[in-house]
Design a protein around this ligand. Sequence first.
Ligand code: ATP
Ligand code: MG
Length: 137
Amino acid sequence: LERTFSIIKPDATRRNLTGAINKKFEDAGLRVVAQKRIQLSKAQAGEFYKVHAERPFYDELCEFMASAPIVAQVLEGEGAIAKNREVMGATNPSDAAAGTIRAEFAESVGENSVHGSDAPETAAVEIAYFFSGLELV
Ligand code: ATP
Ligand code: MG
């Protein structure tokens, strides 16, 4: 089974939406196999999102990701990477399909409730950045 890395972002943890978001994952056949609540420093958020360093929203994105605790997760299932991105919906909630997490919960294109890895290589790097081998069973 494939695994992917997920973050429940600060806008969602602030509104106590962790359970509601996990229900969407579980209903879609994704299993939460690792999960922890942590607070990133702005520097750690910047490292995680460094591919976006040249984008105009980068500073705001790093501030946001460090503004409250996040829930870092590993999700497992058949075709987990694509399935997770389908359940998340489009980056901008106004483009997100009905029933997706971002359509239901996201506040804006920046504060959009969840992150999900976009490819097997990024999933492997992101999982290893947040979880040790001992935490993955
Ligand atoms: P993520 O990588 O968080 O799963 P994504 O792959 O849908 O989301 P990316 O293009 O990788 O979208 O952007 C990363 C994150 O940067 C977005 O999820 C969002 O929080 C933020 N972001 C993207 N575009 C904008 C924008 N135009 N204005 C503000 N923030 C943005
Ligand atoms: Mg992305």
